[in-house]
Design a protein around this ligand. Structure first.
Ligand code: ZN
Length: 259
């Protein structure tokens, strides 16, 4: 079974359409979305509708912190930086009743599919925590022992952390390593090598690794082949729509740089 893994769409419809079209050409059976369908971008309803149109193929869609924020769930928008706050308030005004009702159904807790655990944030804090460093990843591996491979979003940075127990001077010691993802088809063989993994597929709609191309992954569940892909989309279409919507300039500009 081939799974399309996407995260952090952030109401960027041209990016979502481009990723879906590219993935459809390559073929997939299911879609797992790791949260933040809306926030920042100009097409919150369009993105919700596009995901809903996937029907039963979309087997997992998690709530992200921005989805929660527009719903007023578990957060004050004051916790966001001023530009994100403006985008949240703008998004809240744009969403139709049916989009709001749909976002309200998205689960905020860790979800399991076979050997895979899925969260938006981190294993120990599924909506809010950013796994940005090996130190934070390590704490998660050690505090949350019930996952083998956890797929995370939230940071918008494609990356992988592995963790394994090694013997040092007769003592078991945990070792956490961060691995750079490079486009192409590596695999998750580390999972067969007794390492546990935290993997981030990057962001569809607002990449933050200095590469403006949309980021996504196709995963073959049986073979564990993990195909990490980047694809150009018409960034200026999204930017034009953001400008017309009066969204903050910095949020518009950052899409050009992937930061
Ligand atoms: Zn996000």
């Amino acid at each position: 079974m081939r799974v399309l893994i996407i995260s952090d769409i952030h109401a960027n419809l041209p990016a979502l359409e481009t990723v879906l079209a590219d993935a459809q050409r390559r073929g997939f059976d299911e879609v797992w979305c790791l949260g933040d369908v809306v926030g920042y971008g100009p097409d919150p309803n369009g993105c919700v509708e596009r995901l809903v149109a996937l029907g039963p193929q979309l087997t997992i869609n998690l709530a992200g912190n921005h989805d929660y924020a527009v719903l007023g769930k578990q957060i004050n928008v004051e916790d966001f930086n001023p530009e994100a706050q403006r985008a949240v308030l703008w998004t809240r005004n744009q969403l139709t009743a049916s989009s709001l009702a749909y976002l309200d159904t998205l689960p905020g807790e860790a979800t399991r599919r076979g050997d895979f655990t899925l969260v938006h944030g981190s294993p120990r804090d599924p909506v809010w925590e950013y796994v940005l460093s090996a130190r934070i990843a390590r704490e998660n591996f050690e505090e949350t022992s019930d996952f083998i491979c956890c797929l995370v979003g939230h940071t918008h940075v494609p990356t992988m952390f592995s963790y394994r127990i090694e013997q040092r001077d007769g003592q078991p010691i945990g070792r956490c390593t961060q691995h750079r993802l490079t486009p192409g088809p590596p695999d998750l063989r580390l999972m067969y090598d007794q390492a546990r993994l935290i993997v981030n597929p990057g962001s569809v709609g607002q990449p933050r690794d200095h590469d403006p191309r949309a980021s996504y992954v196709l995963l073959d569940i049986e073979t564990r082949r993990w195909n990490y892909l980047r694809i150009e989309y018409p960034v200026e279409q999204t930017q034009h729509r953001m400008l017309a919507a009066g969204l903050p300039e910095r949020l518009i500009n950052r899409l050009s740089f992937g930061w």
